[in-house]
Write a protein that binds this ligand. Structure first.
Ligand SMILES: Nc1ncnc2c1ncn2[C@@H]1O[C@H](COP(=O)(O)OP(=O)(O)O)[C@@H](O)[C@H]1O
Ligand SMILES: [Mg+2]
Length: 297
């Protein structure tokens, strides 16, 4: 179905709840939908509005997000409604606007210390653990779906349309991070699937892209081994890509050990002064999540 691009200044009106939202700008677009920064004309506040043509997809994502409203690292959702744009029916929901960038954009526009990237991977693993515990398996792990909120320094997971139950087929994934695409297991939702994606994301971000090795896992591991990443981190990545039943909890403690180790992650844990807020936010998030792990799981 044709995708509509909304221009700044246009007002979207909800059919059932009557909300009016003025478009400020397009924030991002992925495979299925577009996300806009909007102003709610009733309270004057800014929100993010996710608009799509697939009613079931928008509804599913809204339901999952609503069930996670008590979690700090997931955007809070408000209204879910329909609208008509240029004579065509569209579906949307309103959520908190995260003032920041996604990890992909952040890493491509400035030099992010390796430690920050490793912390982001650890936090992603903990968020997944937390969701798994509620029977929600988030498998479309990729830097575009992780957003830093500049105001708090916190990392948020977005894009819950592809969340499935344990053992169910994964429908939304990134080919380079998908273990089935590497001949390393099935495309079904489990912890190992998530671990594989998290480690591939780490390799992608730390090595400036996954080297084109024809989806040959052995060749990729050899490439990782030859890089200048710290010994500890290389071991975690190579072991994690290898072991089928490695747990997310184990991955989190391995990554934390790497962060604590004297040789750290090669360079620059605290070197980049412009990223102090992000580092502090991430460190706080790691501490928070460790608490969650200990007390809740
Ligand atoms: N609540 C939000 N606040 C700020 N930016 C967001 C928010 N939700 C999504 N984004 C941005 O919009 C992009 C697309 O959103 P996403 O939900 O991933 O759409 P899709 O389902 O089409 O992939 C994301 O990569 C992210 O950069
Ligand atoms: Mg997305």
């Amino acid at each position: 179905m044709e995708r509509i691009l909304l221009k700044p200044g246009i007002t979207i009106r909800g059919r059932w709840y009557g909300g009016e939202y003025r478009v400020i700008k397009l924030i991002g677009s992925g495979g299925t939908a577009r996300v806009y920064l909007v102003r709610d004309l009733s309270d004057g506040r800014k929100y993010a509005l996710k608009l799509g043509s697939d009613m079931a997809g928008v509804e599913r994502e809204y339901k999952v997000l609503s069930s996670l409203s008590s979690i700090d690292y997931v955007p809070r959702v408000y209204v879910r409604d329909d609208c008509t744009i240029e004579g065509r029916k569209r579906f949307f929901f309103i959520m908190d606007y995260l003032e920041g960038e996604n990890l992909k954009k952040l890493c491509s526009t400035r030099r992010i210390p390796q430690g920050t990237t490793v912390e982001a991977a650890a936090i992603t693993a903990v968020i997944c653990l937390f969701l798994n515990h509620r029977g929600l398996y988030y498998c479309d792990i990729k830097p575009e779906n992780l957003v830093f909120d500049k105001t708090t320094g916190n990392l948020y997971l977005v894009d819950f349309g592809g969340v499935v139950g344990a053992g169910q087929p994964v429908t939304q994934f990134t080919p380079a991070y998908d273990r089935a695409g590497w001949g390393s297991g099935q495309r079904v939702a489990d912890e190992s699937y998530q671990i594989f994606a998290i480690l591939m994301m780490l390799v992608d971000l730390l090595l400036d892209g996954i080297p084109e090795v024809g989806r040959d896992l052995e060749a990729l591991k050899q490439r990782v081994n030859k890089t200048r990443l710290s010994k500890g981190l290389k071991k975690v990545i190579i072991k994690g890509l290898d072991v089928e039943n490695h747990s997310l909890k184990g991955l989190v403690s391995d990554l934390r050990r790497v962060l604590r180790m004297a040789d750290g992650v090669g360079e620059g844990l605290n070197q980049c002064s412009t990223d102090v807020l992000i580092n502090a936010g991430l460190a706080a998030s790691v501490a928070f999540f460790i608490m969650v792990l200990v007390f809740i799981l």
